[in-house]
Structures are given as structure tokens and as C-alpha cells.
Design a protein. Structure first.
Lengths: 226, 535
């Protein structure tokens, strides 16, 4: 078309004067990188308010923070045991108010929040009683595998199972005694078992461990040794 | 939830509750509503720790739970509630100004523990007050109870939702996996009839009282294990909305005082006080108040005549700020306070001030201009602002790049040809406010990080000074000579002392900045909320 100024020449599709640049004027550079991390400021900030109210609130804030650290609500990650006990540690008294061990009001919380009392003899026994009650909907491949395992061990644990059952019955009556509770417990126990399973590739019973291995979880249980 | 908010929540949880709670809380904020198993799986922490952390978070009203179908309980974290932790000092200070030390300690204990029964609060506060009093004096429970009742009457503390009573046929159906908490609107501020008689106890080494002493074997839990208190199960929490309402009222009164004079601010304060309980916190207007009512409710010290009051009211109603509006003529004139407009003006004033401090007064002039005139072309901006074209253009683009001003295209022809389109500059107040709000969150997160960094850097020095203090204290207790004490004090050298001083100064400055940024956050958040409720 006539007036074909587009070829080989840069031009804008709109009237450049509408946004304030005069014709032919140098346009500002294109920004090719992200803005700097600490940009310079032309204007320094206004100083902080320093009246009584602010100072009092500052003191309140710092005290609150310090007090929170001492409450039982503050859950610190446990530090690793240090090999050498440092002399300086003796003077850094920890001010945790141990006598205020907090117990929440269980009536207000979902029932799955209550800590389950684990039997000293280990989780596997409870499951043998519990898995029988698991309804079909909750069965999964993991459960099937476990059932197979249980059947293997059942021979060894026949006697000790009776003891466990009595204990379990007693304990069950103390808490709210119904199916859902047990299922939840089973789910939790199963889950723990699953976690334990994943840690080592081999099923415990397939190889003989040293005397110390598995001492934490299965105290007095006679391992099926081969 | 923006990234800035999540980061800030994470830092706040970490500082106040520890790392484990932080991990779980942040996971919940990021992923929304989750059941217990999913949390354990997602965070990789053990089940016990997750349970304990959730208990702590629920206790402090930061996480709530809901029963879904098939009996699965899902937990949800409330990001906005976690951000309120920044405002705790302000709540406590407000309680102090309104109800003196007793009120201050009540609110502090409630915030520290999330929720408590009334008897527990009263006992703890009485003990704390007794410790600060002189020897021989003790704080009576009755006084603390009465302050508590007053706090409940003015709605500063409220009851937590209650566990429903167990139905009689408890054996027939299994109880639900989680209690459904509910509360009646009328019961929310009902104080139980307790007969709390007693006095606060001081911690003394010779005392046999188990409540006040750490013993080698764990002592029995206070009264709760002996017999259940009559108000067992009735928990109270601080009503943060009411505090926010109070802050809002305060800022409106201050604004009127700055703009006009003391008397008009007193009138506005009276009007707000009268509508405290009748108007809900989210309403755009207060209930209409007649001039006669206002006259009767003015504080006793103010003896202005009815006519003067009417004149003031007319002045307030005609003011371009539009804080007060006239809604009718009955009863000597019905007046309302336009809460939404007031919040909007405060927020805009904050915005303008921010632009001024960041970009200079000329930019601020342009910004105010575009704010008032709503839409302006490039040429018009230059003319109205009376600023040379080149500078005006530069400033407009700077504001545009910061997203404080936006461009609105108005086409003349249906094909939207750029040469035949109007380009208008405008300020979208809500989005500008939100953008600055996000920036505020980011600044507080930066401040907290910097404070933690400073503390970490000087950890060794801080530990040393703590140690020296402990040694000094123990030596003073056993009685030591002045020279020995002097020697111990010199364990910290002069340059170290200076370092400690400057550290303390920096930490204080950073902390104070956090509190003051939170004030801006409050103004902008209230404005955003009020605008959202309206539309």
C-alpha cells in the first residue's frame, strides 16, 4: 500500500504522543534483568515513633516471646546428645517450668489425638487381634502382606497372645470401647509397622540379627530365629 | 495465601512455638484442609509429634478441625489468625489502658494459653499480681473476678464454643470421631456464677503450697485434679474482633481530632461508644443516633449547650471527609458515622504518605491528583499538577512500574486501534492497598530474619553474658565481697560490652519497627475487609 513506511523501519502502531513522548525522542532503555536485591533509596525513611506507649509495647513483646519459650507449648527439637558435657551448660539454666506439663482437654479434641498406650511387648501382637476386626473396606495390599506375616508367626506367639489379649481387653475398657477406636488404633499401629517396614529392606524374621538389634521395639519376644 | 504471608506465618510460629509446630503449621497453610495421616506423610515427622503440635495449635485457636464424610477429621490452619500474633503486645497494652494492670494480666494470660477456664485465669492472675505487690499484701480473687466480668461485659473476652452434652443413648451409637463445638450467640459473654474465694499466693521457698514450687517429683496439678471446678469445660478466649473495633474507633477519633478540634473528636467518640454493642464490627454505618441521645450521653465533664452540639454535628456532617453523615431529621437530627468511608480515607492517607516518603513530594502530588480525579490523561496530569511535562512523565512511569497507578484504555473505535484510543491513568485503591499490604508482610518477615541473624551472630557473646549474670547472682545470694563481684564483672571486656549494647539497640529497633509496621497492616487490612464486605 502507499505510505508503506513499515518496511525496514520501526514505528509504533499508536500515536506516541498520547503517552507523552515527543517524536524522535530517545525512548527509555528496556530493562533486561530483575531489579537489584538491595536497591538504593533516594529518600531515607522517617525515624520510628518513640513515645511511652511504643516502648511499653516493645517490652511486652520481648517478654511475651521469652515467656512463650518457657511454656510447655514450645516444642523444641531435641538436641543431639553431646559427647562432652560442656562446663558452660551448667550455668545456662533452662527455665522450663516442668511442673506445668500441659494436658489438653481431651473432650474438646478429636479422638484420634489421644496418645495410644503402646504395650511394652511391641505392636505386632496387638495387630494379630486387631486385624481380625478390620472390615473389608480398609483392607489393602499392605494388610494382606501383613496377614501373611502374622500367619507365619502365629505358631510362635500362640501362648503370649493370650496374655496380650487379656491386657488389651483391660486397657480397651478403660478408654472408650468401640470398634472405631480399635480401627483407628490399628490403622495407627499398621502405619507404624509400615514405617518400620520401609526402613529396612528385609523382613525381620528372615535374617538373624545380633543381640542388640530390635531391642527397643520387641523386648522380651522370642525372635523366630532360623 | 501469598508467599509473603506464608513466610511470615512460618517465622512467627517458629519463634513462638518451636520448629516442629512451625513445620506442621506451614504445611497446613500451604495445603489447606488435611487429615492426620496426610499431615504425617507430608511433613515426614512422627505421628506423636504431629499430634502434640496439632494439640498446641488447636489450643491456641490457630487450627480448627471438621468432621467430613466417612468420619475423617480434617484440620485447617488459619493464616490470618496466625498473623495476629504480631498484634498481641497491642492487645495487652489496650487492656492495660482500659482496665489497668489486672485487665492487662488477664488478657496476657489468655493470649499466652489460647483458652482457659475463668477459675484458672483468676487464680493465675492473682498469683502474679501478688508477687509484684509488697510483702504481706495479697491480691484478692474477688477483685480479679470483677475485672474479668467487666471484660466479658464489654465483649473483650468471649466464651469458646462448647462441647455438646453427651446424649443419653451413648451405648447405642458410637460417639463421633470429634466433638462438634457450637455456641449460642447469647451465651457468648455469659459469666458463670463462681464463688471464687481466696487470695493470691506468693512463691516462697518455705511454702508448702504445691502450686507455687517446682519439686523433684512432679506435684499434683492444681485444683483440677482434686475436684473439677464448677466451671469445668467453659473456656474463654480473647475476642480479637472487639479489640480491632476498638483500634478502629481510636484511629477515627484521632483523625477527627487532627482535622478539627478536641470537642468534635469527643462527640465522635461518644457516638462510637454508644454504637459499640449495637453495631456489628463489619457494618458500613453505625446505627443512626439522634442529637438528643448524643447530648445525653456526652461525658460529664463536657458542658456544651445543645445548640453548640448541633452546630458541631452540622459541621461534621458537612465536612468533605464525610466521616459523619446526616440520615434524617427526627429527634433533633439523626446522625450516623460512615465507617467504611472513614476506613477508606485512613487507608488512602496511608497510601499517600507511603508514596511521599518513597518517591518525593511531587510524585505524591501526582498520586493524590489521580486519586481524587479518578481518571486522567497524560496531558491533563501535567496541567493539573503544574509540573513540567518531562518530570511528570517520568514520575508517572515510576509509579506505573510500582503498580500504584494503572492504565485504563478507552477505545474510540471498535477495532481498538492504538492511535485512536484514550489512555487514562487511574488508581485502583483496593489493589494498591493489597499490594502494599503484601509488601508490609514482606518487610516484617525481613525484620524478623534480620533480628534472628543478629542474635545468632552474637550467640556466643550472649551466652557468655548470661553465664556471668548467673555467676553474679549466685555469688550475691551467698554473700560476696565487692571486689570479687567487680572481678566477675570484668570478665566481660569493654569492647564486648559495647558490642552487647549495640546488639541490644539493634534488636530493640527491629522489634519496635515490627510493631509499627503492624499498625499500617491493621489500617490496610481493615480497609480491604470493609471493601470486600460491601461489594
Amino acid at each position: 500500500m502507499a505510505g508503506n513506511k513499515g518496511r525496514g523501519r520501526a514505528s509504533f502502531t499508536f500515536n506516541i504522543e498520547a503517552i507523552g513522548f515527543a517524536r524522535g525522542e530517545k525512548l527509555p532503555d528496556v530493562v533486561l534483568k530483575p531489579p537489584p536485591l538491595y536497591p538504593d533509596t533516594d529518600y531515607k525513611p522517617v525515624p520510628l515513633k518513640a513515645d511511652e506507649a511504643e516502648e511499653y509495647m516493645l517490652a511486652l513483646k520481648q517478654e511475651f516471646r521469652a515467656t512463650m519459650k518457657r511454656t510447655p507449648y514450645f516444642m523444641d527439637t531435641e538436641e543431639e546428645k553431646q559427647e562432652i558435657e560442656r562446663y558452660s551448660k551448667r550455668y545456662l539454666k533452662s527455665y522450663k517450668d516442668d511442673d506445668l506439663e500441659w494436658v489438653p482437654d481431651w473432650r474438646r479434641l478429636p479422638r484420634e489425638m489421644m496418645p495410644r498406650k503402646k504395650l511394652t511387648k511391641g505392636p505386632k501382637r496387638q495387630r494379630t487381634k486387631g486385624t481380625a476386626k478390620v472390615p473389608a473396606t480398609l483392607m489393602s495390599t499392605v494388610d494382606v502382606l501383613k496377614k501373611i506375616e502374622d500367619l507365619e508367626k502365629k505358631g510362635d506367639e500362640e501362648k503370649s497372645d493370650e496374655e496380650t489379649d487379656e491386657k488389651e481387653g483391660g486397657k480397651g475398657k478403660r478408654k472408650d470401647d468401640d470398634d472405631e477406636e480399635d480401627e483407628a488404633a490399628d490403622e495407627q499401629e499398621e502405619y507404624d509397622e509400615e514405617e518400620q517396614e520401609e526402613e529396612n529392606d528385609y523382613i525381620n524374621s528372615y535374617f538373624e540379627d545380633g543381640d542388640d538389634f530390635g531391642a527397643e521395639s520387641d523386648d522380651n519376644m522370642d525372635e523366630a530365629t532360623y | 495465601m501469598t508467599q509473603a504471608e506464608i513466610k511470615l506465618c512460618s517465622l512467627l510460629l517458629q519463634e513462638h512455638f518451636g520448629e516442629i509446630v512451625d513445620k506442621i503449621g506451614t504445611h497446613l497453610i500451604r495445603t489447606g484442609s488435611q487429615p492426620l495421616r496426610a499431615i504425617v506423610h507430608g511433613t515426614g515427622t512422627s505421628l506423636d509429634q504431629v499430634k502434640k503440635a496439632l494439640c498446641v495449635l488447636i489450643q491456641h485457636n490457630l487450627v480448627t478441625y471438621q468432621i467430613h464424610k466417612r468420619g475423617i477429621v480434617e484440620y485447617e490452619a488459619h493464616c490470618s489468625r496466625i498473623l495476629r500474633i504480631l498484634r498481641y503486645p497491642r492487645y495487652i497494652y489496650t487492656a492495660k489502658t482500659l482496665y489497668s494492670d489486672t485487665g492487662e494480666l488477664i488478657v496476657e494470660e489468655l493470649l499466652l494459653n489460647g483458652k482457659m477456664t475463668m477459675s484458672a485465669v483468676v487464680k493465675k492472675v492473682a498469683d502474679r499480681l501478688t508477687e509484684t505487690m509488697e510483702d504481706g499484701k495479697t491480691m484478692d480473687y474477688a477483685e480479679v473476678s470483677s475485672t474479668f466480668c467487666r471484660l466479658a461485659d464489654t465483649h473483650f473476652v468471649q466464651r469458646c464454643p462448647l462441647v455438646p452434652d453427651p446424649p443419653e443413648s451413648a451405648e447405642a451409637q458410637p460417639p463421633p470421631p470429634a466433638p462438634t463445638l457450637s455456641i449460642n450467640e447469647k451465651d457468648m459473654y455469659l459469666v458463670p456464677k463462681l464463688n471464687l474465694i481466696g487470695k493470691g499466693k506468693r512463691r516462697r521457698s518455705s511454702d508448702d503450697d504445691a502450686a507455687g514450687e517446682p519439686r523433684p517429683k512432679r506435684p499434683k496439678q492444681t485444683a483440677e485434679s482434686k475436684e473439677p471446678m464448677p466451671d469445668d469445660g467453659i473456656y474463654w478466649q480473647a475476642n480479637l474482633d472487639r479489640f480491632h473495633q476498638h483500634f478502629r474507633d481510636q484511629s477515627i477519633v484521632n483523625a477527627v481530632a487532627n482535622r478539627m478540634d478536641q470537642t468534635s473528636s469527643e462527640i465522635v467518640r461518644t457516638m462510637l461508644r454508644m454504637s459499640e454493642i449495637t453495631t456489628s464490627s463489619g457494618a458500613p454505618f453505625t446505627q443512626p443516633l439522634s442529637s438528643n441521645e448524643i447530648f445525653r450521653s456526652l461525658p460529664v465533664g463536657y458542658n456544651i449547650s445543645k445548640q453548640v452540639l448541633d452546630q458541631y454535628l452540622t459541621l461534621l456532617a458537612d465536612d468533605p471527609l464525610e466521616f459523619v453523615g446526616k440520615s434524617g431529621d427526627s429527634g433533633g437530627g439523626m446522625y450516623v458515622i460512615n465507617l467504611h468511608k472513614a476506613l477508606a480515607s485512613l487507608a488512602m492517607a496511608t497510601l499517600e504518605s507511603i508514596v511521599q516518603e518513597r518517591f518525593g513530594s511531587r510524585c505524591a502530588r501526582i498520586f493524590r491528583l489521580v486519586l481524587r480525579k479518578k481518571h486522567l490523561e497524560q496531558k491533563q496530569v501535567e496541567d493539573f499538577a503544574m509540573i513540567p511535562a518531562k518530570e511528570a512523565k517520568d514520575m508517572l512511569y515510576k509509579l506505573l512500574s510500582e503498580n500504584l497507578i494503572s492504565l485504563q484504555e478507552i477505545p474510540k473505535t471498535p477495532d481498538h486501534a492504538p492511535s485512536r484510543t484514550f489512555y487514562l491513568y487511574t488508581v485502583n485503591s483496593l489493589s494498591a492497598a493489597r499490594m502494599l499490604l503484601r509488601r508490609c508482610y514482606k518487610s516484617i518477615a525481613n525484620l524478623i530474619e534480620r533480628r534472628q541473624f543478629e542474635t545468632r551472630e552474637n550467640k556466643r557473646l550472649l551466652e557468655k553474658s548470661q553465664r556471668v549474670e548467673a555467676i553474679l547472682a549466685s555469688m550475691q545470694a551467698t554473700g560476696a565481697e565487692e571486689a570479687q563481684l567487680q572481678e566477675i564483672e570484668e570478665m566481660i571486656t569493654a569492647p564486648e560490652r559495647q558490642q552487647l549494647e549495640s546488639l541490644k539497640r539493634n534488636v530493640n529497633k527491629l522489634d519496635a519497627s515490627e510493631i509499627q509496621v503492624d499498625e499500617t497492616i491493621f489500617v490496610l487490612e481493615s480497609y480491604a475487609e470493609s471493601t470486600m464486605k460491601r461489594s
